[in-house]
Design a protein around this ligand. Sequence first.
Ligand code: 5AD
Ligand code: SF4
Length: 521
Amino acid sequence: MNEEQRKQGQLVESANPSDKKSEKDYSKYFQSVYIPPSLKEAKKRGKEEVKYHNDFDIPIEFKGLGEGKKFYIRTYGCQMNEHDTEVMAGIFMALGYEATNTTEDADVILLNTCAIRENAENKVFGEIGHLVHLKRENPELLIGICGCMSQEESVVNRILKKHRHVDIIFGTHNIHRLPNILKDAYMSKEMVVEVWSKEGDVIENLPKVRRGNIKAWVNIMYGCDKFCTYCIVPYTRGKERSRRPEEIIQEVRQLAAQGYQEITLLGQNVNAYGKDLEDIDYGLGQLMDDLRSIDIPRVRFTTSHPRDFDDHLIEVLAKKGNLVEHIHLPVQSGSTDVLKIMARKYTREQFLELVRKIKAAIPDVSLSTDIIVGYPNETDEQFEETLSLYREVGFEAAYTFIYSPREGTPAAKMKDNVPMSVKKERLQRLNALVNEFSAEAMKKYVGQVVEVLAEGESKNNPDILAGYTRKNKLVNFKAPKTVIGKLVKVKITEAKSWSLNGEMVEAGPIGAEFQEAEEVK
Ligand code: 5AD
Ligand code: SF4
């Protein structure tokens, strides 16, 4: 363990997977070097100072580390992970590596993992298994596991014991250490494990290679302090820390100058943005207001927490301009009792009141949500309340999930009397409602002219283009390829449950007077 790691207060060192110790001794050995995140410890956090580092640079001795070599990163999970992959790709390129699209061609393979539900983890373990043959064919290949799963003790132990072809494990707080980690892996025959569970820093100036030049993600904060009882994120991503507004504004300005058309601000709980900035009184509302004056056509944010969604933000969003009229607002359940057990810190009525305020200020707003069904001991009546809330709000889209117990979270310890067959049935019923509401919302577009950001060829037909409206509706439309990357006006001719078909009528954005054309009543 080096001095820097010691100061960071966390783990770790190279672990030797070929160690001949007995299984019992072996796991003891790793526990002595790996200190996992725990609820008790995590809840004590928040007092430590957040350090901002603006001096990230690749030290000269690392330059050329990747000369003649190729990297491949497979990303699982949310946009935060997608964006972390862009940062890691930036670091790889700065080290002299080239990107490749195939694992067969790669000298380094990273799996940037997601821990949110069990099936996400199973997919990753399946992929780790598949990679064994590549390692056999090419023993020089480096295989690395990063992202949220690396922050879980049980996952690290399972890899150490059962997947010895893995060379590197590093955590979500160690991304900026990738050059050192790679170098260690080349120098050592042992598995390199570097997972800091004590976070607290915000690292600026990290290189990034964005996937595309039309839409960009911009982190505004990291971590989550909400501790919803089912959720692993506060442990895998650490405490809430906000980037300084001037850094965010500068990044968005640069993206606008580079011709990007759409920005999505990222955070696990963006409505808590700024709460930890002690020297200024500045929140998401102010940030959105400042971003309104930047010449970039669309600004979105994800993901919101209803509890922290304040009036000032609603007031700013109502000014529109480049602030789109689509809000993703995860509700999770329509039952106050379930929300209480989830520790969401709002009731059904408070959620509905928030929706009422948003709709009063932004009458044409489109709302989408996340819902978990089959929470431990969820009754039929409680599930019915979720369905009725969905109808009452009139959500236009939803990501729906069956509750998945996550080791170490409070909910995982709860007894659960709901059989899986009932959970599956509830999910089906909810999905039927979600489809019905989406189809209804889509139907109302037929005959209207909407603004679409043309992103590229349509997935199923390269002769037409695809893009999204301000309200995030997918549109497949006839238009010349020269408009890719631009805003265009599209007349909608047909509605499907989850997408629209149309024809371009004119290039260029729709003016403020027309934005209402998208209004769905
Ligand atoms: N089980 C099922 N769904 C979950 N989510 C988060 N944790 C779990 C879990 N343990 C869902 C929530 C969240 C979305 C990103 O994933 O709905 O909003
Ligand atoms: Fe997880 Fe979101 Fe709750 Fe944070 S606010 S604990 S990320 S569900």
